[in-house]
Design a protein around this ligand. Sequence first.
Ligand code: SF4
Ligand code: SF4
Length: 511
Amino acid sequence: MRDIPAMPTILLWLASCLLLTPGLSLAVSLTEAQRVIPSATAVSPVNGVPGLYRVAGSQGPPVLVFQTDDFVRIPAYSGSPVNLLVGITTQGQFVGVDLLSHQEPILVVGITDQHLKAFVDQLAGKQATDRIRVGASDRAGYVGIDGLSGATITAMVITRTVTLAAERVLTAWTEQAAAQQVQQHTAPTNTATVPEAEPVWHWSWQQHRVKVAVLAAALTILLLVLFLQDWLVKHKLFFQRFRFAWMLFTVIYIGWICHAQLSVVNLLGFARNLAGGFSWDSLLLDPVVFLLWGFVALSILLWGRGVYCGWLCPFGAAQELLSKLSRASGFEGWQIPHAVHERLWAIKYLLLIAICGLALDSMANAARLAEVEPFKTVFVMQFDRPPAYVFYALLLLVITVFNSKFYCKYLCPLGAALSFVTRFKVFDWLRRRVECGHPCQTCAHDCQIGAIKPTGEIIDNECHYCLECQVTYWDDHRCPPVVRKRKRRERRFVSADAVIATDAGGYGGKN
Ligand code: SF4
Ligand code: SF4
C-alpha cells in the first residue's frame, strides 16, 4: 500500500485530465426546439448572438430558444455544469425547459426521469424577471418552486443556471434589437429586464443556517474532545456513554437530517472544480458538506483520517452502533486472521483507483461504480430506492454484526482516499507502551478496525480514532502493565495497613 501515490498527486492528475471543454456555440435543431416549444415550425439564428435562435410558429411575442451552456456554466455538485434547453419569450416568460446533459451522480443513479421532468416543468409559465428559488415559497419577493428530494443542491444549480442564462439572453436580445432599431430608425420595443440575483450559494447558506450553526457547535465540541482526549479516556464510563451519544448524533443529525454523508464523488467534483479553473461558488453550494470537508481537511492534518471515520461518518457510526449493540448482547463477532485482513484492505484502494479512472472518461460511469458506497441509499434517499440497492445497504449493515465495520475496512473508496492524506498528519497522540505487542495483545484484540499490528504499532492509515485503545491504556483493570502497578500499589497499602494495624494493636495492647 505504501507505494500508491499520495492523494494530492492523484487530485492534480485528475484535474489535469478532467479539463472542461471550453464553451462553444451549440446549435439548436428544429426537433430539439420542439421539445420545449411544440408548436415550433422553424428556427433561425439571431444575428450577433451566438447560440441564440428565434422560433417561428408560436403565437404572441417572439420566442427564443437556446442551450444554457452557451451563456452560463455554473459547476454543479459534480463540478461540471448542467446543460439545459430553454424556450423563452422576449417578454421573459419561460415556455419550456428540458435537461440536455449533465454529470450529476444523483441524477445518473437515484432520481428518475419523471421526477426530473416534473422539476424542470415547474419553470414553464414563470417569468425570468421573478426571483425564482427552490423552496422559497415563504420568502417575500421570491417565487418558490419545489426541490428535488435528495438532490437539493443540483436543483438549486439547475434553477440558477436557467435564470442566469435567461438574464444574459434577454440582455443580448435587447442590445441586438436596439442596434437594429437604430439602424432602421424605428422606435424601441418589447423586452424584459431581469434583476441581478444573488449567487446560488448565498441562498443555500441562508436556507441551511440553523443546520450550519448546530453542526459548527458540534464540531467545536469534537475539537475539545480531541484536545482533551488524554483526560477523557481516563473516565471510562463517561467517555463510553459520550461516544455512544455522539454516534447517535452522527447517524440521526448528520446523516438523516442533514444528509451530509461525504462521498468519494465529492472528491471527483473537487478535482473537476480544480480543472475548470476553481470556483468557490460550487464548493460553497452545500454549506453542511462544506463545513464537514473543511473540518476533515484540518483534522486529517492534525490527527489523521480517523476523526472523520470514527466520529463524523454517518454510515461508519451506524455500523459501529450495530456492532456495539451485538457485543453488548454477548455476541463477539468473527475476526478475520490478520494476514488475510491485511490483504483485503487492497480492495478499497482498487475501487478508488477504478472510480478515478472511470471519471477521466465519464463522470456518469464513475458515479455508477461509486454506488459501491451505500451512503446515497441509506442517508440521501433514505431507502427509497430499487430493491437491489436497499438489499445491498442492509446486507452491509448485517455483516457488521458479524465483522465490525466490514465495509469500512475492506470496501470504502472514501476511506481509502482519506488514508492517503493521513500520511501528512502532524501529531501522534495515541499512546503505546513498550509492552504493546511484546507480548500484550489486549488492544490489538479489542480494536474493531484491526488497526493494531500484532507487533503493537497502530496503523495510522486504517485507525478510526475511536480511542478504545486509549481507554484500555489507562485502565488499571485491563492493561497488564498498569494492572501490575495497581497490584503493587495495593500490596504496599495492604502491608502498610498491616504495619499500622500491628502498631495499633500494640498500642491497643498497652491501653
Ligand atoms: S471507511 Fe468509509 S464508511 Fe467507514 S467510516 Fe470511513 S468514510 Fe465512513
Ligand atoms: S482502538 Fe485504537 S488503533 Fe483501533 S481504531 Fe480505535 S484508536 Fe485506532
